[in-house]
Design a protein around this ligand. Structure first.
Ligand code: FRU
Length: 494
């Protein structure tokens, strides 16, 4: 029998009593939102006992970040989640200031292992809990990694977010983020990803500094994930304090994808390519897992520390959502993302148009809606002057609209959510450099009640943003400066 601490019981009771005050309509339909209160990073995304499990950084008591618990949910299809009681509360001396981010794994013996960061004062250590998919017991020998497990010169105050996996050799590995202490000449403050190894998931040894930040990608690197994909290795992380590089990285908290080779002898990751993971506004702290059929699936916080517009929270008892789970692959040296194929099981009302030629404003009968999956393909008309601009406006009525516009001459796709329900002067626009493929730009736009995700050119790039537009604003219209040829396919979702 797992003993449930008073703090965890309090959180579970609070969740149980308060989730009923959140109406179904005031939540996203198929994007995960917390049971009650605040969420940031997805944690412990895993497949256990025939179901997907998602844990999340949670403060159940308010819609602001505070003492971190692990909220918990499970799903059979990655889109419809059932809330489970909170899995962990900050109830031990080593995690009394928070159970920070971490990951999960099924153990061969049938238990579910959680590895997370315990925070106590300004010290961060890595800890373990074991459970059965509902109740979790913290390991009596926590922490399993502390300051003594760090190479000299690495910060004990920023040492967090372990991502665990098991290799074919039967051993367990994890990566965690840290940074060089400020006094380290030349690299003080810069992030590094540390690799650890364990024979059983409980006793851990330092292996190497897997890869480090040379100062090009922000400072501290949070929430690392490291995995093999399509004959390459990929490191995902969320750097803090990024400087932009052209349109590739955004200022502030960003996400970074490094693609390269893992030198197992030297225990070093050598990256050949780098790119942003998402080019929109609200995306941070992605985490991946392997589905039973072998797909590598990523989910992320559909929010960003720099863009938390909580002005819409007043009459909501939740804040923070997760992105759609996305299937990952590597094509032509780039990370591609596609919404999980399970989404297609929820399609209805297909409306399709082929070879629509237009300029100026255009609406199309049957093309509207706020929970939709819509694919557009636009191209220049044969033997005609190339169009200058194309735009699609959605979540639209006479007060609201969200706009995706393509300035063909400078290859820039712009997402603008100025008129999408925000009453604050937060960041509302992003630009993304795009490339037409075979003379076409393809845009797959997925709308839920409070978000838009745009998959560009079959997932070569993605732009993600939250919106707060009134649900009644369902209109969709198109605009072109010059003649555009367009195909449209739209499905309603759920
Ligand atoms: C990333 C992060 C993690 C940390 C968690 C705390 O968003 O800062 O590094 O573990 O959030 O809630």
């Amino acid at each position: 029998m797992v003993v449930i601490s008073e703090k965890l019981l309090l959180a579970r009771n609070y969740e149980g009593e308060n989730k009923k005050f959140i109406g179904e309509e005031s939540r996203p339909k198929f994007h995960f939102s917390p049971c009650v209160g605040w969420t940031n990073d997805p944690n412990g995304f895993s497949y256990y006992n025939g179901e997907y499990h998602l844990f999340y950084q949670s403060n159940p008591y308010d819609t602001v970040w505070d003492s971190m618990h692990w909220g918990h949910a499970s799903s059979k299809n990655l889109l419809q989640w059932d809330y489970l009681p909170a899995a962990m509360a900050p109830d031990e001396p080593y995690d009394s200031d928070g159970c920070f981010s971490g990951s999960a794994l099924s153990l061969p013996g049938g238990k579910h292992l959680l590895m997370y960061t315990g925070v106590c004062g300004d010290l961060q250590t890595q800890c373990i809990a074991m459970g059965d998919g509902k109740d979790y017991e913290k390991y009596e020998r926590n922490p399993v990694l502390d300051g003594g497990s760090l190479p000299a010169g690495m910060s004990r105050n920023d040492f967090r977010d372990p991502k665990i996996w098991r290799e074919e050799d039967g051993c367990y590995y994890c990566v965690a983020g840290s940074r060089w202490e400020e006094k380290e000449a030349g690299r003080g403050g810069l992030g590094a990803i540390l690799l650890y190894k364990s024979p059983d998931g409980f006793s851990w040894n330092f292996e190497s500094v897997l890869v480090e930040n040379d100062g090009r990608f922000g400072k501290m690197w949070e929430c690392p994930d490291f995995f093999a994909l399509d004959k390459k290795h990929v490191l995902l992380c969320s750097p803090q304090d990024m400087l932009p590089e052209g349109l590739e990285y955004h200022n502030g908290n960003g996400t970074l994808c490094l693609i390269g080779e893992f030198d197992r002898d030297k225990k070093k990751f050598l990256f050949e390519k780098h790119q942003a993971v998402d080019y929109g506004i609200d995306f941070y702290a992605p985490q991946t897992m392997i589905a039973p059929d072998g797909r590598r699936i990523m989910i992320a916080w559909m929010q960003n520390w720099d863009t938390c517009d909580r002005s819409g929270c007043k009459d909501k008892k939740w804040f923070g959502q997760m992105t759609l789970p996305r299937e990952l692959s590597i094509r032509n040296g780039r990370l591609y993302q596609q919404p999980v194929s399970e989404l297609m099981d929820f399609y209805s009302n297909c409306v399709e148009y082929r070879d629509i030629v237009f300029s100026g404003e255009r609406e199309l009968a049957g093309i509207e809606g706020r929970m939709i999956d819509m694919e557009l393909s636009v191209r220049v008309k044969d033997n005609a002057e190339p169009f200058k601009e194309f735009a699609v406006r959605f979540a639209q009525d006479n007060r609201y609209r969200t706009v995706l516009s393509y300035r063909r001459y400078d290859s820039v796709l712009n997402l603008d959510r100025k008129f999408s329900g925000s009453r604050r002067a937060f960041l509302h626009q992003r630009d993304c450099l795009v490339t037409e493929k075979d003379g076409k730009l393809k845009l797959r736009i997925i709308l839920d009640r409070f978000s838009v995700e745009v998959f560009i050119n079959d997932g070569e790039q993605v732009m993600t943003a939250t919106i707060m537009t009134d649900s009644a604003a369902k209109g969709i219209s198109f605009f072109a400066e010059g003649e555009v040829v367009m195909d449209v396919t739209k499905y309603d979702l759920f």
